[in-house]
Design a protein around this ligand. Structure first.
Ligand SMILES: NC(=O)c1ccc[n+]([C@@H]2O[C@H](COP(=O)([O-])OP(=O)(O)OC[C@H]3O[C@@H](n4cnc5c(N)ncnc54)[C@H](OP(=O)(O)O)[C@@H]3O)[C@@H](O)[C@H]2O)c1
Length: 447
């Protein structure tokens, strides 16, 4: 596919295109689909002006035709089967808002591209797993595959990385990629509450799904990181290579200790090119208080890109919700209406590199370690001996109060060390008799 060649083509044919209507088929009429339909209707004049042509919803599909919806249904053909919508003659662009990495979402997108239609999707799970094959298919049939809404909802970070920062090599990219986790961590800090209580409250408020495992387990953030890493480093879409830890094991005491030590805990997604492969990881991190990323609280998302010419840029905004996500979906539709085409992952598919994943064992940094240790003579001597044996040195330590014979928390920050050494230390410390619980370990990121 030849990209970026259509602007002059459009200028030459503007008379024709002004009278042309871009026909949109929307598969999925839930939170995002409803938002898209409302936005298209409420901002119709603005969009027609900006696109130089009208946008019209000509086909719609969802699971249940009779379900009450909180928006006016457009005057469009209804399809019970989203794949049939993807084949319909009266559709130029298929907008997939069903969700899920396989099933009807994948079938709809594959069929749409196969039928020569452009595709817009908000589906990070689908793209993180099948994005490479779908990008290849889109290029083969000379159609676009756009997914601005798939990463950080309303933040236009895909366009920023693919277009605005196209001249840069990226030293690193990192961010708060999941609003549910950030909300939970913020509330745990504000209220001093435990994870389970805050999660239940988040579910009641609609900030967390009934099945929250993808969010709290770090999978959703890893889907988004997979896409960002591919854009930034020209590597294939390799979800399986992301190292993932979620926030389920964090406690209110970890958050309190971190703060006391001058840090805040955030679930970050981080990617970096190294001599030993592309590092892609999602896990809780201690980040220094008063750094910009530490100040991003609640459901808000943020992405920081460090480019070799632009320097550090940071994008902050709503990572989900009907309106912000619809804004990003429509931005992709506007590009298509304007005739703009871009390789989905910034580099043409055939040029994407199959990059090795950097083994996590090679990661180097400082660690927060919380141990539960019997308060008895010699307990700490055994622990520090293990650490010394593996050359892991202690930067600071909190050991407060006395409770002879009872278990007490001991919190340490280490100096920079290698993950492989830390793994060995933890294995040996866990086996020590005075250590009564599995140690809690959180990596420290200093930006
Ligand atoms: N929600 C957000 O804030 C947000 C933000 C960024 C990205 N996304 C992504 O956007 C996508 C949609 O999310 P959502 O929150 O809008 O989901 P949702 O509210 O659950 O809506 C899903 C829609 O898909 C329809 N559907 C399910 N199975 C179908 C099938 N076999 N054929 C046709 N339609 C089918 C459902 O139909 P019924 O309505 O009839 O049940 C529903 O309208 C997902 O990929 C999600 O990851 C969401």
């Amino acid at each position: 596919m030849r990209y970026g060649h259509r602007i002059t083509h459009i200028a030459a044919k503007s008379e024709f295109l002004l009278s042309d209507v871009l026909r949109i088929g929307i598969a999925g009429l839930g939170t995002v689909g409803g938002g898209v339909i409302r936005l298209l209707s409420e901002q119709e004049d603005l969009l027609t002006q900006r696109c130089g042509r009208a946008l019209a919803v000509t086909a719609i599909s969802a699971r249940d035709r009779n379900k009450p919806r909180d928006f006016d249904m457009p005057d469009a053909t209804w399809y019970d089967d989203a794949v049939a919508l993807a084949q319909a003659d009266n559709v130029d662009v298929v907008v997939e808002l069903i969700g899920g990495e396989d099933g009807p979402a994948r079938a709809t997108v594959e069929t749409a591209l196969g039928c020569g239609k452009h595709v817009v999707t908000a589906n990070k799970a689908l793209l993180a797993v099948h994005g490479g094959a779908l990008a290849e298919l889109a290029e083969k049939v000379d159609r676009t595959l756009c997914y601005e809404a798939a990463v950080c909802g309303g933040i236009p970070v895909i366009k920023a990385m693919r277009e605005g920062l196209a001249a840069n090599r990226f030293e690193r990219i990192y961010g708060i990629l999941n609003g549910t986790c950030n909300y939970i961590l913020t509330k745990m800090e504000e209220d001093g509450a435990e994870f389970a209580a805050v999660l239940a409250e988040a579910q009641q408020l609609g900030y967390a799904e009934a099945d929250p495992s993808f969010d709290i387990g770090g999978i959703d953030a890893a889907h988004k990181l997979t896409l960002l890493a591919s854009l930034a480093y020209g590597c294939q879409v390799q979800f399986g290579d992301v190292f993932i830890e979620g926030i389920e094991d964090l406690t209110a005491s970890d958050i309190r200790f971190a703060r006391e030590l001058g840090y805040r805990i955030k679930l970050l997604g981080l990617a970096r090119r190294t001599d030993t492969g592309i590092e892609r990881r999602v896990h809780p991190c201690l980040v220094p208080l008063r750094t910009p990323i530490a100040e991003v609280n609640g459901v808000t998302n943020a992405v920081v890109a460090v480019g070799n010419y632009a320097g550090q840029t940071m994008f902050v905004g709503p990572g989900a919700g009907a309106e912000p996500t619809a804004s990003s979906v429509i931005a992709d539709i506007v590009d298509i209406a304007r005739g703009l085409a871009m390789p989905p992952f910034a580099t043409p598919y055939s040029k994407l590199e199959e990059a090795a994943a950097r083994p996590m064992d090679l990661w180097q940094g400082a660690y927060y370690v919380r141990l539960t240790v019997l308060d008895q003579p010699g307990s700490m001597a055994g622990i520090t001996a293990v650490m010394a044996e593996h050359s892991v040195s202690i930067d600071s330590i909190i050991q407060r109060g006395r409770a002879p014979g009872a278990a007490v928390p001991v919190v340490m920050l280490t100096h920079k060390t290698e993950e492989a050494s830390m793994t060995r230390v933890l294995r040996e410390i866990t086996a020590l008799e005075p250590v009564t619980e599995r140690p809690r370990v959180i990596r420290i990121e200093r930006f």
